[in-house]
Design a protein around this ligand. Sequence first.
Ligand code: MSP
Length: 495
Amino acid sequence: MKFYVTTPLYYINAEPHIGHTYTTIAADTLARFYRMSGADVFFLTGTDEHGQKIAEAAKKQGTTPAELADKNSGIYRRLWKDMDISYTRFIRTTEQIHTEMVQKVFGKLLENGDLYRGEYSGFYCVPCESYLVPEDESNPLCPDCGRPMSRISEPSYFFRISKYADRLQKYIETHDFVKPDFRKNEVLNFIKSGLNDVSITRKNVEWGIASPTPEKYTVYVWFDALLNYLSGVGYLHDENQFNTYWPADVQLIGKDIIRFHDVIWPGILMALDLPLPEKIFAHGWWISGKDKISKSKGNAVSPQKLIAEYGIDAFRFFVLREIPFGMDGEYSDETFKKRYNSDLVNDLGNLVNRTVNLVETKLSGTVNSAPLEGQLAELTGSVQKNCSEKIRSLAFSEALEEIWSLVSFLNKYLDEKAPWREGCGDVNGVLHNVVHGIRDAALMLAPFIPSTSLKIWNILGLEGNPCEKSLASAGEKLPDRLKTNKREILFPRKK
Ligand code: MSP
């Protein structure tokens, strides 16, 4: 089994904020889950470095686009490393391999008659890098982001997407391609309203890939960027790799870039005669007040700051637990702290801490084999099954709720059995059950919070790294005479 997952390529005009980390954490969780399920995983992410928006940002910052790209793409790469993002390949659209492939694809489509020369006359939104039609042409504001648009009129090459409209409509109607389901109609209505061919060159934008045409145009940044999903996995330069992983299994995007990914992208793939990705899943936005969180709105939430205060795993956990994937969610420091203190400090951290404390004091640090409590065995089995199903359908917060039902059971079980009380009966039997349950919770949590899972693994005295184990090993017998290690506070309480 193979699994190919992608994130959008992030623009490098500014530094990452919580919204960017969101898509990447979700993709990483999927990649880790599929690896632990035995799949050969390819996880692609990277940076989108060309276009007018980047050129203007560089100018404003008194630097060159190439320097800005080096700097900010480096910041993304470092952040992903700090956040335990296990990507296979980080692609930059300024790489030679990508540039060559874009030019070849351009040439191929030109030859096939899928591209033609014409004249674009209309409006352009630089922040969205998008050709859109404003409501009021005398005061042209972008219908997507509300910022002023520029009028352009220039010769251009067009991608004949209109030719694929019917095929695309049928495909979307008959496949589970547009996700979540409630987005399907939105995309179908857009297609049914009539697809205009897409201008895919820019005459006066220098910072881009040169189009392989007699005129000195550059390739429209979205046409360039979408093709990364092919170049990043070897299309036209590593046939073996490409054939192994293509088509993508899940492509994650935010809801603002649905039309590019659910309409233009499959159109390009049809023109190239390539199979379409299995699923394109659009998540919602992190908002603050009524606004989308973004650098330009000045309400950006810094992942680095939250990580410094709470730790990487608390951040990873929060974004996937707090809001159902696909919906918008309000960010506030208060909700972050509340979620952290209740789920991670009180439920998980405290469970591990008091269990290991009891093993140390009541069992001199060693848990012996014992029969597993039937109710716990049953619960572990159902949690594992449900949790896997939820992750496969990208319902991350529900998957975490499933794992939390195990964590809550263990806390309650420990309270009820109270192995700290004199004459409470089979202390080893009780603690064996709890340690068994914690081990399984840590295993299932590994795709979400990998370094915490490893810490728990080490505290329990287990061998290896849970991230490298099979998820199917949940429920297996614990090693006999398990010697727990020194305690460590997993999540310090925040006031
Ligand atoms: N460069 C394009 C994507 C090209 S893919 C071939 C782009 N870049 S972006 O940096 O502006 O956005 C990247 C992703 O971050 C998008 O999926 C977007 O939805 C996501 N987010 C940016 N702000 C967000 C929030 N406030 N909340 C959640 N995600 C949002 O678009």
